[in-house]
Design a protein around this ligand. Sequence first.
Ligand code: GTP
Ligand code: MG
Length: 370
Amino acid sequence: HGTLTVSELADKLNKDASEIIKKLMFLGVMATKNQDLDDDSIELICAEFDVEVEKEIILEDTDLDKYISEDKPEDLVERPAVVTIMGHVDHGKTTLLDSIRHTKVTAGEAGGITQHIGAYQVENDGKKITFLDTPGHAAFTSMRSRGAQVTDVAILVVAADDGVMPQTVEAINHAKAAEVPIIVAVNKMDKEAANPNRVMQELTEYELVPEDWGGDTIFVNLSAIKGEGIDELLEMIVLVSEVEELKANPNNNAFGTVIDAQLDKGRGSVATLLVQNGTLHVGDSIVVGNTHGRVRAMVNDVGQRVTEAGPSTPVEITGLNEVPEAGDQFLVFKDEKKARQIGEARQQKKIQESRSEQTKVSLDDLFEQI
Ligand code: GTP
Ligand code: MG
């Protein structure tokens, strides 16, 4: 919070400052017009005037960030990069993802070729890379708005025959706001109308200048459909992520973000989670968004049952009470009771919020309106 003075509060409540001062006196507090008020006094005065102020105590107790334990630097180890593919409609994002997967999914894994979840890992030169398939950038946006950095590298797909389009610009803005490095994949190079120079030209307007032209943005020309340029793209991803020194502690309680979730007739609530730190285990007590539960079963990106999932690993889980939302945070608790308490408090808080959206005013709102 900032602070709120007596006269500022008076303005918000449509009262005269003298009325506030009188109430304060009644409560045993001597105050002047320009005096800063603490949260408790604000709440008391609001109550005196029959304005209900939402309590923030609940909010503090249910904030998952507060329960994340810090990692010691010596516990951190390298983790795979998490890469999101973005770009305009029909510029070839899905085709590119398929192409990467088919080139890189090894023969041994071929049995699990069916893609169960919108996220997967490939291996290039012994290094794993995690790809996220987040249609419509919705998850990306909500993850960003929650301040959680999910993506390490953004691949901007631009069709060489079409050039920069509205959603290309949107994707650039998302990636820039999240301060994620962008690699440009100029796709559909096999087409006769392909004009990669035009793409480069157009992107300079958005400060994406190729190295050949004195900038520092990596451009890779490729044809997703023919599988050309894929290896180079993967190399560049590894190069860029090495600079970022991506690390995590596999021995902490797992936390991360919901990529996708739905209700399955047989299995109940099914959620695709990206583990960002720690290791997730079957049997873990977990709070996910406004729901909670115990991890009953886990399935990896190639449809195999697994018992644990480390940093940067996408995994599908069952065992939650309800269906969370894409972009929700999750956190594992050692103590099952604690997980239940916090999960229930968060659920309760959500119900309260939706019930009282119009009638209550939060302290934050009061400060924001100044
Ligand atoms: P949305 O998910 O709708 O935003 O589209 P997308 O970006 O995923 O594009 P998608 O991969 O579905 O490809 C769109 C069309 O472009 C399909 O008909 C693809 O076959 C075609 N396409 C994709 N990559 C290439 C390519 O490298 N060359 C050619 N010639 N066609 C391509
Ligand atoms: Mg697609």
